[in-house]
Design a protein around this ligand. Structure first.
Ligand SMILES: NC(=O)c1ccc[n+]([C@@H]2O[C@H](COP(=O)([O-])OP(=O)(O)OC[C@H]3O[C@@H](n4cnc5c(N)ncnc54)[C@H](O)[C@@H]3O)[C@@H](O)[C@H]2O)c1
Length: 283
């Protein structure tokens, strides 16, 4: 049975850790913002109770959540004696690299090192770390305790055991797992979503329609449950901004630079649902 360490307890990490604990895995989670971590765990517990009331989960999942999920005060404590570490910190290559360089030298080659990053491939994180064969992308969707899918992707150096253990952990967490055969930024879902979101941002930027009308058009015309602007608010505008910036830094093509309205919102701290305001107001 894996022992799971989660680094980063924001909106994703807190619920990924919850899923591991709910599946009966001993789980520790660390975040350098203690107050945020506390509130995210409380939020997850409330959500889980709600889902149990609706019959989506057995009551035993809440018992497991309480019994197996522990918070840690340091990274070292969270990874101690663990066989599987999942990183879910902010989407910044420098921050993630610092974490993996630190932990990869402390954990033996059997410990799987997974990242929940939406756009950074495991190969980029493995490059400067020890034992690259244990690196993998394990990509959940927001909110992980409600969204069924996990996408797995891996560089050619990753060994078979790492892939199989990641698939098994995802399935034990009750998720449907799909595995990409090659690395690609955004995997399947975000690569397709990016095309839709880019076009929605372009329509708004060109003044063709208000963002609310674009959302309505996509919901009513394509039967999507959320419009692209609502979805951006839910996943976090900073995630979109940094993902776009990363692409721009690689291509140097001005067309890839994040739209001005997005940059302004991120600079103002209007990051979507998590900050109370994004395109829409949640206060
Ligand atoms: N939000 C989504 O829809 C979504 C979906 C799939 C994957 N992801 C990926 O998950 C990761 C986290 O995204 P999120 O939405 O949870 O962001 P978030 O902003 O809610 O959480 C990020 C957390 O990282 C913590 N953190 C930052 N630096 C740290 C460090 N050095 N050590 C420990 N903790 C640190 C922050 O305190 C924060 O709590 C990103 O890589 C993102 O690409 C996000």
């Amino acid at each position: 049975m894996e022992k799971v360490g989660v680094i980063g307890g924001g909106q994703m990490g807190s619920q990924i850790a919850a899923l591991a604990a709910m599946a009966g895995y001993e789980t520790h989670i660390y975040d350098n913002d203690v107050e945020n971590l506390k509130s995210k765990i409380k939020f997850t517990e409330d959500n889980l109770k709600n889902l149990i009331d609706k019959g989506r989960y057995e009551k035993s999942k809440l018992d497991n959540f309480k019994q197996y999920l522990k918070t840690s005060e340091t990274v070292d404590e969270a990874i101690k004696n663990k066989s599987f570490v999942i990183e879910a910190v902010v989407e910044r290559l420098d921050v993630k690299l610092e974490i993996f360089e630190n932990i990869s030298s402390k954990l033996d080659e059997k410990v799987v090192l997974a990242t929940n990053s939406s756009f950074i491939p495991a190969s980029e994180l493995a490059k400067s770390c020890e034992h690259p064969s244990r690196f993998i992308n394990m990509h959940f969707f927001y909110p992980p305790i409600r969204m069924d899918l996990v996408e797995i992707s891996y560089p050619k150096e990753t060994n078979k055991e790492t892939i199989e253990r990641t698939q098994n952990l995802g399935k034990d967490m009750g998720r449907t797992v799909i595995t990409c055969k090659k690395e690609t930024p955004g995997f399947i879902v975000n690569r397709m979503l990016a095309a839709l979101t880019d076009e929605a941002y372009k329509l708004y930027d060109e003044g063709i329609a208000d963002f609310k009308d674009i959302d309505i058009a996509i919901k009513k015309g394509l039967n999507h449950p959320l419009g692209p602007f609502e979805l951006s608010d839910y996943s976090g505008l900073d995630i979109h901004y940094y993902a776009k910036l990363k692409i721009f830094n690689e291509t140097n093509d001005p067309k890839d630079y994040p739209k001005e309205f997005l940059e302004e919102k991120v600079k103002k701290g209007e990051l979507g649902v998590k900050s109370g305001k994004g395109f829409y107001d949640y206060s």
